[in-house]
Design a protein around this ligand. Structure first.
Ligand code: ADP
Ligand code: MG
Length: 479
């Protein structure tokens, strides 16, 4: 590197320091180095992705203008993350990240990032997001592909609201806390917010899994000075954290609590997803839990059959783009929607198998094929755990006797039959053994229980009204 370049760089740094002030300069620019200048392009480097993205989104134009004041031939500044690799191949500027002074959003800068392999449409968003320490976003998880149904209407509306809000809008609910069982669309909604926010509005959305928050974000913040920390927080308009239940460890949780409070107090939006409501996050302390519950808490229910069918249809339509020959008859879709009930992941799995099969064999998708392929995804409805006490209570009430009568040694007909029915239900609805059931029915012998079970089984086969009565009792117990 020539002395002149070096001198120029010193003068540019002097200018920068004068413009942004000592504090900001030492937070962000002391570790910035000049890698070289060729044909109007200045190549600078910093040691971390975090610094790179920060400078890129906040100071790119300023850095460029300081250079241009010094040397009016400078057209562009390339900022890269310094690493052994980039150092050794510094002659190949393609690896560098380019800052171009395209206007966009409130910072006036679009840190346009060009990485050879990525698809042009999504690269700027996802790469910028990743550079901030964000978790990777799946291109398919957007609002466009999210199907709205009864179980997720509210969660969807709230997420949409967050995604389209602008900087100047008042925050309506904070945090937005979405919880549901696995595979019901939490990640899909959260990533939709990240895509929509980063693409469309003037706000910066950072999507982090709890894991990324623990190992990436927190450590990035820790390595910065206190000032830089505050500034970093100020730069995020919407913080989205997925799978909060995985956030472990006292100090990480303290860091999370600090971040949560700073952002909410500063009027920034926080969005959380978890597999349980805030009150059930046992490892978090009370204040965090109440803060988490203090915004809007929305539960997403299981996907109804109609919703499952719609999801399947939209998946098939999406698959069509790449696999035009993939046809799935309506009867097959209806069959999958009816039988694969657990969650969105299994629906996807079922379709993938049909797709794989049709690609590999070239044969049409039939109902028969579907039945074979998705067999193991069909889980029998797990019966609700039924307690023997409940059986005794409900049977006693039904036959208008007391629970004590069922446990007693009385042998009058009006208690013998109800007792037998109760024992039969205990055997069929619980996993208790015959001796255990005998004990719970006033210390009877297991052969007595076996006799009762056989007797009722026999009667049910011949007596439809008893069969119906027992079905009704079962339904009551399993509701
Ligand atoms: P969670 O994060 O709640 O475990 P995901 O968001 O990962 O669930 O969803 C699992 C799968 O089901 C994903 O492929 C997702 O796209 C799909 N899915 C769930 N709900 C919907 C929905 N309402 N519309 C479209 N796809 C959905
Ligand atoms: Mg998830």
């Amino acid at each position: 590197m020539t002395t002149t370049n070096h001198d120029r760089w010193s003068r540019v740094k002097g200018r920068l320091r004068a413009e942004v002030g000592d504090d900001i300069f030492s937070s962000w620019f002391t570790r910035m180095e000049l890698e070289g200048i060729d044909s109007g392009t200045v190549r600078l480097s910093v040691p971390t992705r975090f610094l790179k993205s920060w400078i890129q989104s906040h100071y790119a134009e300023r850095v460029l203008s300081c250079w241009q004041t010094e040397d009016d031939e400078v057209r562009r500044v390339d900022l890269s993350v310094r690493s052994a690799v980039i150092r050794s191949i510094a002659a190949q500027p393609k690896c560098a990240v380019q800052i171009e002074t395209t206007r966009l959003g409130r910072d006036g800068i679009d840190g346009r990032i060009q990485l050879g392999a990525s698809s042009p449409a999504s690269a700027p968003i996802s790469a910028a997001h990743e550079a901030l320490g964000g978790s990777p976003l799946d291109q398919r998880l957007t609002f466009e592909t999210f199907v709205v149904g009864r179980s997720n209407t509210l969660a969807h509306a709230a997420a949409k609201q967050v995604a389209v809000a602008r900087r100047s809008d008042a925050v309506l609910f904070n945090p937005l806390y979405i919880h549901s069982g696995v595979g019901l669309g939490k990640t899909h909604l959260l990533q939709s917010i990240a895509w929509a926010g980063n693409a469309g509005s003037d706000r910066k959305v950072l999507y982090l899994t709890a894991e990324k928050f623990m190992y990436g974000f927190v450590s990035a913040l820790r390595t910065q000075t206190a000032l830089a920390f505050k500034e970093a927080l100020r730069g995020i308009d919407v913080l989205v954290i997925d799978d909060l239940q995985f956030l472990q460890g006292k100090s990480t949780q303290a860091e999370f609590s600090h971040t949560l409070n700073s952002l909410i107090d500063a009027g920034r939006q926080v969005v959380i997803a978890s597999d349980r409501p805030p009150t059930d996050l046992e490892s978090f302390d009370d204040r965090v839990r109440s803060r988490l519950a203090g915004g809007l808490v929305v539960e997403m229910g299981s996907l109804g059959e109609e919703l499952r069918l719609e999801i399947l249809k939209s998946r098939v339509a999406a698959a069509h783009v790449h696999h035009p020959a993939f046809e799935v008859p309506a009867s097959v879709l209806a069959y999958i929607a009816r039988t694969v009930t657990h969650n969105g992941r299994d629906l996807e799995g079922a379709l993938n198998r049909l797709l794989a099969h049709s690609k590999l064999t070239g044969q049409p998708v039939t109902l028969e094929l579907a039945e074979r392929e998705v067999r193991d995804l069909i889980r029998p409805q797990e019966p609700r755990r039924v307690k023997i006490e409940d059986i005794q209570r409900i049977v006693a009430r039904h036959y208008n006797v007391s629970r004590g009568d069922l446990l007693s040694s009385r042998r009058t007909a009006n208690v013998v039959r109800p007792r037998q029915v109760a024992m039969y239900l205990a055997k069929t609805l619980t996993l208790r053994s015959l001796p255990e059931i005998g004990r719970r029915f006033g210390g009877r012998d297991h052969t007595t229980v076996l006799h009762a079970v056989r007797k009722i089984e026999h009667l049910v086969g011949n007596d439809t009204s008893l069969a119906e009565e027992i079905e009704a009792l079962k339904r009551q117990l399993q509701e």
